[in-house]
Design a protein around this ligand. Structure first.
Ligand SMILES: *[C@@H]1O[C@H](CO)[C@@H](O)[C@H](O)[C@H]1NC(C)=O
Length: 317
């Protein structure tokens, strides 16, 4: 990220964030801080449970663990800086900070979508090929899918980060967003960004629409299969094994699409920005809840851990 050729001072960026009254800033600070703490708590709990309890060492939970990791990274790359800005009103961010935000945020965005796709495939196998489930969803395949998700996310993000770091910023250093986001950076750069926009459009297709399409496709297969089950009880049981994932996909997908549309035709208004902050923090916060509230396994795992901790205690479950 360079200034103009005749400028030797390194560039610093300014994150515009929100233009609110002091009282507005304070409530924003408190609200976002509380949600951030809940996100940390929820996701760390999920990771600990999945690692500690043997009984839920299944592909679904390992992927869930991956999802929690990605949620932790993406919120932590953005929220603490935003909290600092709202509290101190110091809007500047160094180039390195900006590059780090860009990198981790993009890595997590792609990673989450690919992990959700892997989970959809897992559900497809569980419902449509139940007898071969353990044969198909082997440890090996799960690790391959998880590693591919992380690697694709990393490479994609690295490429964008490097390309962005080569851009020139002559006119404006004000990022009209609440973190260093790719399209906001490109829009204030003075380099020609047309080829970048084409690249981004191609990627949106392969790393955005294609995984989304695969998720929909597996659910079409799942629903067709569930319809074929004779007993009502069997249908319900098969369907309920997918509800947590379906909820998560909706949780990411619905606002995700809105977020995407917003960055495409953004008007950069405060209201829009507030909505995307909510999306970026509420979704990772709700994700552990969706899984735990709907899920007997998680409760049993929690109970098992508590029980282990107080074997001689007065608690019994
Ligand atoms: C991610 O998923 C893989 C495959 O199931 C699992 O082996 C790995 O432990 C998970 N990693 C994290 C960090 O959750």
């Amino acid at each position: 990220m360079y200034g103009c050729p005749n400028q030797s001072i390194p560039v610093k960026f300014y994150i515009v964030a929100f233009s609110a009254s002091p009282a507005g800033h304070l409530s924003l600070f408190i609200g976002v801080l509380l949600m951030y703490l809940m996100t940390i708590l929820g996701n760390v709990t999920i990771i600990t449970l999945v690692c500690a309890v043997k009984k839920i060492h299944t592909p679904m939970y390992f992927f869930l663990c991956n999802l929690s990791f990605l949620d932790l990274i993406s919120t932590t790359s953005i929220i603490p800086k935003l909290l600092f800005i709202t509290l101190t009103q110091d809007h500047s961010i160094s180039i390195h900070g900006c590059i780090a935000q860009l990198f981790f945020f993009m890595l997590c965005g792609t990673g989450v979508l690919l992990i959700l796709t892997s989970m959809a495939y897992d559900r497809y196998v569980a419902v449509c090929r139940p007898l071969q489930y353990y044969l198909i969803m082997s440890k090996f395949l799960c690790v391959v899918m998880a590693v591919v998700s992380w690697l694709v996310g990393t490479f994609n993000s690295l490429m964008h980060t490097i390309l962005t770091s080569l851009l020139m910023f002559c006119i404006s250093h004000d990022i009209n967003n609440f973190f260093c986001e790719l399209s906001s950076l490109i829009s204030i750069s003075s380099s020609d960004a047309n080829s970048r926009k084409i690249l981004i459009a191609i990627e949106d297709f392969f790393l955005g629409f294609l995984p989304f399409f695969l998720i929909i496709l597996s659910y079409i297969f799942i629903i067709c299969n569930i319809m074929k089950i004779r007993s009502k009880h069997g249908r319900l049981k098969a369907f309920s094994s997918c509800t947590s994932h379906l909820l998560t996909v909706t949780l990411f997908g619905g606002p995700g699409i809105l977020f995407y549309i917003r960055t495409q035709f953004s008007h950069e208004e405060d209201k829009d920005k507030l909505l995307s902050v909510l999306f970026l923090i509420v979704v990772p916060m709700l994700n552990p809840l969706v899984y735990s509230l709907r899920n007997k396994d998680i409760w049993e795992a929690t109970a098992a851990i508590t029980k282990r901790k107080c074997t001689r205690g007065a608690f019994s479950f």
